[in-house]
Design a protein around this ligand. Structure first.
Ligand code: ASP
Ligand code: MG
Length: 443
């Protein structure tokens, strides 16, 4: 069994749905996870916000606008009168649900119900199209087998048993279509796996079924070795390990959310990233072992604040780091990079919500300096201690750039530097040339 997931742009128009119907029709049994049609979830968020503020007329206006956007689906997705009437009744059902709930008493429970409508609509439209063209497809309601606990953590064992049962009941079916993102919570209400959560649904299903592979279909050709928007020469990476992919996702590569890699990593199920617009391209595969290449990719994370904390007490003061970290713990602010010397510690945070309070508290026992608008440039690869010459390539490439912090040795997969964001583009291009096109640089 394979699990394929298509994002919002891949189902964003009737013609796009036609092409993915073609793609999935390859004779292999699979579960197809769909996002909402692109833009839909954002609009549902707006409608919910208006309803929570009791701006009911404005909310209803937006529902109508959204409904109008779906009219081309009825017209162009189906070719038979029967198909078109099925399409209309799907839209009617979901849009009247939205309209009927916009009234006094609208709460967060309704909000979550609203956010689920995008995936419910896209999967129903798509499944009825597959049935119109006589493909053996069945719709599996994600609300029957996707569940989160009190801590909002998905319950994989629940998916394993429930989905297993449902699939057994449909032994004649080749294509199962289901909703990404949506689930039930511990109270049994409709809930979700957070924005962008459809990838997570796909990896959870893949893990639950011990699938052969999870494929994530988007509109770019896999993971690039560097940010193509700012870097001159980039290329798609053929293979990357789970650990590397997690570092890249965390440090800015937008392609996959770090938490969504976990279920497949634990069960060693490869995840392949592919492009719906260029389905013959190889894309990127995330595996347990990765490519083993020295350098894999570079990612950057902006909006970082650097904090230097100098002990006001003498050298060798033990307990200093503990006091520092207790402050960050108290304000639930996680630290990304850290470097220490005997008398001072520098660290970086990406969440500056509680920064003022943190600084006030640190100042009671240390001298504190802050730099805003910093960027972490994170070079990902395989940097085992036995392998010499890796770090120097990175730093030689950066020889013209003022570096604020360096982190090396924390994990075998990551060399990170912190720089002022104004040097970001220059730094990314320099590292790119230095590590991937090494003949261009002299150490
Ligand atoms: N439709 C949801 C969102 O826009 C989930 C997803 O697309 O992954 O966040
Ligand atoms: Mg998405």
């Amino acid at each position: 069994m394979k699990v394929w997931k298509f994002g919002g742009t891949s189902v964003g128009a009737p013609e796009r749905m036609h092409s993915i119907a073609n793609l999935i029709n390859d004779g292999e049994k699979k579960i197809v996870v769909l996002s909402a049609v692109s833009g839909t979830t954002n609009t549902l968020v707006e409608i919910s916000k208006l309803s929570l503020k009791k701006e009911f007329e404005a909310a209803k206006g937006k529902v109508q606008e959204l409904q109008n956007k779906y009219l081309p689906f009825v017209e162009n997705l189906y070719s038979t009168a029967e198909g078109k009437s099925k399409g209309s009744s799907i839209l009617e059902e979901h849009f009247s649900l939205l309209k009927n709930h916009i009234k006094e008493g609208f709460s967060e429970v309704e909000e979550k119900l609203f956010l689920a409508q995008g995936e419910l609509i896209s999967t129903k439209l798509f499944t009825s199209y597959l049935q119109e063209i006589k493909m053996k497809a069945a719709l599996l309601p994600a609300l029957d087998f996707m569940k989160i606990d009190e801590e909002n953590e998905p319950i994989l064992s629940f998916t394993e048993t429930e989905l297993g049962k449902i699939i057994k009941q449909h032994s004649d079916i080749e294509l199962f279509i289901t909703q990404g993102y949506i689930c039930r919570n511990s109270k049994g209400e409709v809930d979700n796996l957070q924005r962008g959560g459809s990838d997570f649904t796909a990896t959870l299903i893949g893990a639950a079924l011990y699938a052969d592979e999870v494929q994530i279909w988007t509109d770019i050709d896999g993971m690039h070795n560097n940010d193509p928007r700012v870097v001159r020469r980039t290329y798609p990476i053929a293979e990357v390990s789970f650990d590397e992919a997690a570092e890249l996702a965390y440090f800015g590569a937008k392609i996959l959310h770090p938490t969504c890699i976990r279920p497949t990593q634990e069960r060693k199920i490869p995840v392949r990233l592919l492009n719906t617009m260029a389905p013959k391209e190889k894309g990127t595969v995330i595996t347990q072992k990765g490519s083993g290449n020295a350098f894999t990719a570079v990612a950057a994370k902006d909006g970082i604040t650097a904090i230097k904390i100098k002990s006001t007490r003498m050298l060798n003061a033990y307990g200093f780091l503990r006091r520092v970290f207790e402050v960050f713990e108290k304000f639930k602010t996680s630290v990304d990079m850290i470097t220490t010397s005997e008398v001072a510690v520098s660290l970086s945070v990406d969440n500056s919500k509680h920064l003022d309070a943190i600084l006030t508290e640190l100042s009671t026992f240390a001298i504190v300096e802050v730099d805003h608008d910093q960027t972490i440039v994170c070079v990902v690869g395989n940097f085992t201690a036995e392998q010499p010459g890796m770090a120097i390539k990175v730093f030689a490439a950066l020889k013209e750039i003022p570096v604020r912090m360096i982190s090396y040795g924390g994990s075998e997969n990551n060399i990170s530097v912190l720089i002022d964001s104004k040097y970001k583009n220059e730094a990314l291009n320099a590292v790119n040339e230095g590590v991937f096109f090494a003949e261009n640089i002299s150490v």
